[in-house]
Design a protein. Structure first.
Length: 328
C-alpha cells in the first residue's frame, strides 16, 4: 500500500510528562498517565510517491512550511528508515477541534500519522511499536495510540526501546466526563518542548518534581483501577499544580495561565464545595480540563461556560485508540 488514512484522539494527562532526558528521542524523566479524549480527533492521510522529493505537508487545508512541516518530515524520515524506502510523501492533517485554541493537537496528530504512515509504507507494527514510533513525533502522542486510560512508561534504555505507552484500562472500564474550557483562542506562546527545557535548566523546583512524581503515578494508577474519582482527581490536581509550580519558579518565569484559567480553577473548587465531583488539570497553555462524573458533566459544563472569560466548552469522555480509516 502507498496510501493510508488514520484517526487518533487527543489525550489529557492526569500525571504529567514535564522534562525530557533525551531531546532527540523524546525520552521522559518520568512516566505519565492520561485519558484518551473521545471526539477530539485528528485525521492524517499519507501518500508515498515514487520520486524522492520534498514532502508536501497540508495542515487544516493549507500547505505549511517552516517548523510545523519540518517536524512532520523528520517523523516521516523515521518511518522511511524503518521501511527501507526513500521516497517523497504527501501528507494531509486535519483536526475537528480548534487547534489554534491551544488544545494540544500534537498527540493526536503524531499518533494518527504513525498509523497512517506505516500502513502507507507497507509495514505492520504492533501497538507497542506504534507507541514508540508516535513518541518520536511528540512525547504525548505515545499515549494517544491506545484508547481509554493509558500509562506511558519512562523506560531506562538509552535508545528508547522500553519507553512506550500501555493501556491501563479500556474506555468502558470507567465512563468519566471531561469538560475542556477554552479561555484563549490564540496559539500558546511557549510550547511544551521549550517550556520543559527551560524548567529543567532554570527552575529550582525541577528536582523535587522528579522526586515526588512516582507517588502521584501510583495514586492515579490505583485510583483509575479502583474507579475512585476523589483519589484520582485530587492527585491529578496536585500533580498539575506541581508542574505549574516548576514552570512558575523558573527564572525567567513561565506563566501559562490567564485570569479566566484561574477563575475556572476557583469555580471547580466551588463546585466541589457544592457537592459536585469535579477536578481540574491544565497543560502548557491557558485552557482548563475538568474531570468529572459523567452524569454531572452537562451541569458542570454549564457552570464552567458561565465563568467570565470562558469562550467555549468542549465535552468529552474516554475514547478509542488510533486506527486506520477503512477504505480510505
Ligand atoms: O508531547 P508534548 O511535547 O506535546 O508535551 C506534553 C506536555 C504536557 O501536555 C504539558 C503534559 C502531558 O503529559 O501531556
Amino acid at each position: 500500500m502507498t496510501e493510508a488514512a488514520a484517526i487518533a484522539n487527543a489525550n489529557v494527562a492526569l500525571a504529567k510528562y514535564w522534562g525530557k532526558r533525551d531531546e532527540a528521542l523524546n525520552l521522559p524523566y518520568t512516566g505519565s498517565i492520561s485519558i484518551n479524549l473521545a471526539g477530539l480527533t485528528t485525521t492524517a492521510r499519507v501518500r508515498f510517491t515514487d520520486k524522492r522529493g520534498e514532502d508536501r505537508v497540508i495542515m487544516s487545508g493549507r500547505q505549511v512550511d517552516g517548523l510545523e512541516a519540518t517536524r512532520v518530515r523528520k517523523f516521516l524520515d523515521v518511518v522511511r528508515q524503518l521501511a527501507g524506502r526513500n521516497c517523497g510523501a504527501e501528507v494531509e492533517v486535519a483536526s475537528n477541534f480548534p487547534v489554534a485554541a491551544g488544545l494540544a493537537s500534537s498527540a493526536s496528530t503524531f499518533a494518527a500519522l504513525a498509523v497512517a504512515a506505516t500502513h502507507a509504507a507497507g509495514i505492520i507494527l504492533s501497538e507497542q511499536e506504534l507507541s514508540r514510533l508516535a513518541r518520536r513525533g511528540s512525547g504525548s502522542a505515545a499515549r494517544s495510540i491506545h484508547g481509554g486510560y493509558v500509562e506511558w512508561l519512562r523506560g531506562e534504555a538509552a535508545d528508547g526501546s522500553d519507553s512506550y505507552a500501555v493501556q491501563l484500562a479500556p474506555p468502558e472500564h470507567w465512563p468519566l466526563g471531561i469538560v475542556a474550557a477554552i479561555t484563549d483562542r490564540g496559539r500558546k506562546r511557549v510550547g511544551s518542548r521549550e517550556g520543559m527545557a527551560h524548567s529543567l535548566t532554570h527552575s529550582p523546583f525541577f528536582p523535587p518534581w522528579l522526586e515526588t512524581h512516582q507517588a502521584d503515578l501510583e495514586t492515579i494508577r490505583q485510583g483509575i483501577l479502583g474507579r475512585d474519582l476523589r483519589a484520582t482527581g485530587s492527585a491529578a490536581e496536585h500533580n498539575c499544580l506541581k508542574m505549574h509550580a516548576v514552570a512558575l519558579a523558573a527564572s525567567p518565569p513561565l506563566l501559562y495561565w490567564n485570569a479566566a484559567t484561574l477563575a475556572v480553577m476557583h469555580r471547580v473548587i466551588q463546585l466541589r464545595e457544592e457537592g459536585m465531583d469535579a477536578y481540574f488539570t491544565i497543560d502548557a497553555g491557558p485552557q482548563v480540563k475538568v474531570i468529572c462524573s459523567l452524569p454531572q458533566r452537562e451541569a458542570i459544563a454549564a457552570a464552567i461556560q458561565a465563568v467570565p472569560g470562558v469562550h467555549d466548552v468542549l465535552l468529552s469522555e474516554p475514547g478509542a485508540g488510533a486506527r486506520l480509516v477503512e477504505g480510505a
